[in-house]
Design a binder for this molecule. Structure first.
Ligand code: F3S
Length: 401
């Protein structure tokens, strides 16, 4: 790669061993992808995980003196307060949780512990070059914000946070952002939940690429676009998408295709969505719990849930995952009182994909998120996927129809 003098100095260790090692990794990635040079990033999001390898890497950079020079938010971690009474953890597990939080604080991240930073405290603008890890978040900022990021790993994003740089390749370049797949949406896609199904269906047809959705009959809400960005990357690898007339690089279909012909054309029909609904939503009878918020629920979604729960008592457990900011807002708005008064719990800073469900293993539950169902299936939990209103009604009745 063609490095400038400052970048060469970073690589040689003038700015410390941690920065030198971070640069070495970024140069290695750049070389692998034939990047000609580095570019500055303005902000970073890191998919922190409570795993030993991730902790080892963060600690190594901390000990070598590296510190974030850019705003860097982090994914959810683990909130001991909610789970210590319902799960048992080994000392080793607790140590990894606590050491991870400590290492990331020392390196200087903004400890948001949330997976939708693009809504509140890390919102990139159009054409801004950033380094975002977390597949749903990177897809959202590429597609909906029109910012430019590759699908970073936790480690490469951390390297960008401490150097302020990323190699110039992939989705930072105009030519790689053009749609290669035209998706004609023939089904009616209207509710936010329909976008969960759309995000589930499409990867089964194309797996990877840059799709452009054409023919949507209704404008998607922010929550719908959040659902789509997330679910496209559960069974597929879709770093960005366009929606004609909605996302910033797709004012027209021609814009999204950058004047070229699509390489593939697929359609999403009513039968596709019905099939997805049947596969994901199948199940009835008594339930033990409902878990929602993968990705973290927005304040609008929490408000809708509270409206349904006013004056009600839940017959099943209800777990709602959200950011600390939304949790605070829900308290200020009186929503937390309603939800907790009904027997539900609003959990901030945490993620459904943590070893926190021992008490629910083997029990029957519901979620609004196909991603959540997929992740927790590794923990011997089988979840039925329904819309948020259906999930709330099921939690009230203790059963699903
Ligand atoms: Fe967020 Fe964890 Fe789901 S990071 S998207 S709650 S798997």
């Amino acid at each position: 790669m063609d490095l400038n003098q400052k970048e060469k100095d970073m690589l040689k260790g003038k700015y410390g061993v941690g920065v030198a090692n971070a640069m070495k990794i970024l140069v290695g990635i750049g070389d692998a992808f034939y990047a000609e040079r580095m570019v500055e990033v303005s902000r970073v999001h890191i998919s922190l995980s409570n795993q030993e390898g991730d902790l080892w890497f963060a600690n190594k950079l901390v000990e070598e003196g590296a510190r974030c020079c850019k705003i860097a938010t982090v994914n959810p971690a683990f909130n001991k307060e909610y789970f210590e009474n319902v799960c048992t953890f080994t000392e080793q597990e607790l140590k990894v949780f606590e050491d991870t939080m400590s290492a990331y604080r020392k390196i200087g991240v903004v400890p948001t512990f949330q997976c939708t930073p693009y809504f509140v405290n890390n919102v990139p603008g159009f054409k801004e070059i950033v380094a975002f890890a977390a597949t749903g978040a990177s897809c959202f900022v590429n597609s909906v914000c029109g910012a430019r990021t590759n699908r970073e790993s936790s480690q490469s994003a951390l390297c960008s946070a401490v150097t302020g740089l990323t190699p110039l390749y992939g989705f930072l370049l105009d030519e790689n952002r053009k749609a290669d797949t035209l998706v004609e949406v023939e089904a009616e896609v209207k509710e936010d939940f329909d976008y969960q199904l759309l995000g589930y269906c499409l990867p089964k047809k194309i797996y990877t690429g840059v799709p452009v959705f054409h023919g949507l009959s209704h404008r998607p809400s922010s929550e719908a676009l959040m659902n789509l960005s997330t679910q496209l990357n559960v069974h597929g690898v879709i770093p960005m998408f366009h929606v004609v007339g909605v996302t910033p690089e797709a004012a027209t279909l021609e814009d999204a295709l950058q004047g070229e012909k699509p390489k593939r054309k697929v359609s999403i029909t009513k039968a596709d969505l019905d099939e997805a609904r049947k596969t994901l939503s199948h199940g009835e009878g008594k339930i033990d719990f409902v878990v929602m918020g993968c990705p973290h629920l927005t304040i609008q979604q929490i408000k809708d849930i509270a409206a349904m729960l006013e004056g009600k008592k839940l017959k099943s457990e209800l777990w709602i995952f959200t950011s600390c900011l939304n949790k605070e807002l829900s308290k200020r708005m009186g929503l937390a009182d309603i939800i907790e008064g009904a027997g539900g719990r609003i959990v901030e800073d945490s993620c459904v994909d943590q070893p926190i469900w021992a008490h629910l293993e083997g029990k029957k539950g519901l979620t609004e998120s196909p991603k959540c169902a997929y992740y927790v299936s590794r923990r011997k939990m089988k979840l039925i996927v329904r819309s948020i209103p259906d999930c709330v009604n099921a939690a009230i009745k203790g059963e699903v129809n």
